[in-house]
Design a protein around this ligand. Structure first.
Ligand SMILES: Cc1cc2nc3c(=O)[nH]c(=O)nc-3n(C[C@H](O)[C@H](O)[C@H](O)COP(=O)(O)OP(=O)(O)OC[C@H]3O[C@@H](n4cnc5c(N)ncnc54)[C@H](O)[C@@H]3O)c2cc1C
Ligand code: SF4
Length: 329
């Protein structure tokens, strides 16, 4: 049994007070945190439940057509919101492909971005070398199973990937994470929110101690957007690779702008900037779109076991782009 004290925050100020204490973990839906406590991934001895802090569970329109989604909104409630369904279908699709319906009823959108890697060594119940679990202990995946690991942005310290589905959609939407601290807060691009191994394996995100996620903000609607998730089974499974695409199309159907993000290929959602540039001016079903995606993927640096993911990434990005454009893939 793990000795833990439990308290409930009733205001945002109480939640911020709790978040400052290094021995305290805040609890939203609890679907990740309880696993970490069980596996010893966190050594917190106090849990402060923020799930009923008022004001963090609302979805509100923003001036200019955007949307503010409070951190405590449950995944299924985000996906069911009429504005999300109409204007940001990529986010709805990504959520529907996440976890299970039961988990999505409990899991919150803000904490979804804070989930940790699914690297089996990191989640091991037995002690194994893992720089993320025990700094300086090594990386068991470098000599072991590395087939679910990175294509981009890894170092010898860690080759893991970030598993969130919604994060990939939010990266393609150029969404922002709004945070709150006791003295203020900031607005962080989702594409900059997760920390790559080159910048340290001691933390997953740029959140500072005592800083809480308050909301996710979406800018202008992206009705031509779609998400494709490739996994070993069609339900209740993490991605091998996923792709999110948000397009703007000209009146003649040609691509005016594209935002393309891959998931489960790095410790953050990975934008294919080269492909985004090269597809402008093309019809969505032009073969040159595939060449543009291939050119971006040529910059990948797979580890030995993950090279097979390149072909999957190409197919997923292609399919997501066609679906976003309303063209049958
Ligand atoms: C079996 C299983 C399968 C899953 N499959 C998928 C999947 O396919 N795709 C996918 O995307 N996800 C998947 N998930 C992850 C799931 O979506 C996340 O666990 C969930 O979104 C986390 O939300 P939560 O509210 O339960 O977080 P919690 O468990 O309550 O919190 C997680 C972490 O976030 C911190 N935290 C919570 N709220 C805040 C806040 N406002 N500010 C700062 N820190 C905060 C907590 O302290 C904790 O460290 C799966 C989870 C499980 C258990
Ligand atoms: S890949 Fe990263 S998380 Fe996995 S064992 Fe290596 S250091 Fe740990």
């Amino acid at each position: 049994m793990i000795p833990l004290t439990y308290a409930r925050a009733t205001t945002l100020d109480e939640a911020l007070d709790a978040a400052h204490d290094p021995g305290t973990a805040v609890l939203a839906g609890g679907t990740e945190l309880l696993n970490w406590l069980r596996l010893g991934i966190t050594d917190a001895d106090r849990v402060v439940d923020i799930s009923r802090v008022p004001g963090l569970d609302r979805i509100e329109p923003l001036p200019g057509g955007g949307l503010r989604i409070g951190t405590l909104v449950r995944l299924n409630d985000v996906a069911a919101h009429p504005s999300v369904a109409r204007d940001w279908p990529v986010l709805r699709m990504a959520i529907h492909k996440s976890a299970s319906a039961q988990l999505r009823n409990l899991a919150t959108i803000g904490a979804n971005l804070l989930q940790k890697t699914r690297c089996a060594y990191f989640r091991s119940e037995e002690p194994v070398p893992c720089n993320r679990r025990v700094p300086g202990s090594g990386c068991a995946a470098r000599e072991g199973h590395d087939d679910r690991h990175a294509l981009f942005g890894w170092t010898d310290d860690c080759i893991a990937t970030q598993p969130s589905d919604p994060a990939v959609a939010l990266a393609a939407l150029d969404a922002h994470v709004v945070t709150r601290t006791a003295t203020g807060g900031r607005r962080i691009a989702v594409t900059e929110f997760h920390v790559l191994p080159a910048d340290g394996v001691d933390r997953d995100t740029v959140l500072e101690p005592g800083e809480l996620v308050e909301a996710i903000e979406l800018d202008a609607p992206a009705p031509c957007s779609a998400y494709v998730k490739v996994r070993e089974r069609e339900s209740y499974e993490y991605a091998i690779v996923s792709a999110a695409v948000a397009l703007r199309l000209r009146d003649d159907g040609v691509i005016d702008s594209a935002r393309i993000a891959l998931g489960s290929v790095a410790m953050r959602p990975w934008r294919l900037a080269e492909a985004e540039r090269r597809v402008v001016g093309l019809a969505p079903d032009d073969d040159a779109v595939t060449s543009a995606i291939e050119a971006a993927l040529a910059q990948a640096r797979p580890v030995a076991g993950s090279a097979y993911k390149l072909a999957i990434a190409r197919g997923a990005a292609r399919r997501a782009l066609m679906t976003a454009a309303g063209v049958r893939p």
